[in-house]
Design a protein around this ligand. Structure first.
Ligand SMILES: [Cu+2]
Length: 166
């Protein structure tokens, strides 16, 4: 009897530790962002793209993005339809399987910024908020500062492309 009570306490302790751990993860961010950048735009240009590699430890979904520099921000995919490269907004967001690096890069998934309010000069930074939803429907946000660049910094796009070879 005494033994089983002890076990019970141990189990409860373990359950509490798990809970505490989950909460810490949510606060510390489940999703890691690497090689983030946004393409430069000139005065009068209405749209540009933001690119990065996202890795969700526990699996998640990028459901939306927002930035003060653009009136509309959407998560897009780009793919060939016949000879034509087309892009479209992902209606359910971008799936981030647990532990898998998902590359957003020119020619593939990207974050589309439209209705740009000003030119984005090279070397400046752009704030962006990413919104994620995990498998349980719990939402979390991530604030980023994206480097404005002409192309992917440090050959990061090449590395990301290698990871996606099948
Ligand atoms: Cu697009």
């Amino acid at each position: 009897m005494k033994q089983s009570t002890l076990q019970h306490i141990f189990r409860l302790g373990a359950a509490l530790a798990t809970l505490a751990c989950t909460a810490a993860t949510a606060l510390a961010q489940n999703v890691e962002v690497q090689s983030a950048w946004i393409r430069t735009s000139v005065q009068g240009q209405k749209a540009t793209g933001a690119f990065m590699t996202l890795t969700a430890k526990d699996g998640s979904r990028l459901v939306s993005a927002a930035s003060p520099v653009a009136g509309v921000v959407e998560v897009h995919e780009m793919k060939m339809e016949g000879d034509i490269m087309r892009m479209r907004a992902l209606p359910n967001g971008l799936d981030l399987p647990a532990g898998k690096a998902v590359a957003l890069q020119p020619g593939g998934y990207h974050i589309m910024l439209m209705d740009l309010k000003a030119a984005l000069p090279k070397g400046s930074t752009v704030p962006m908020t990413l919104s994620f939803k995990d498998a349980k429907g719990v939402e979390s946000k991530l604030e980023l500062k994206l480097q404005v660049a002409v192309s992917a910094p440090g050959g990061a796009a090449g590395a990301a492309a290698d990871m996606h070879k099948h």
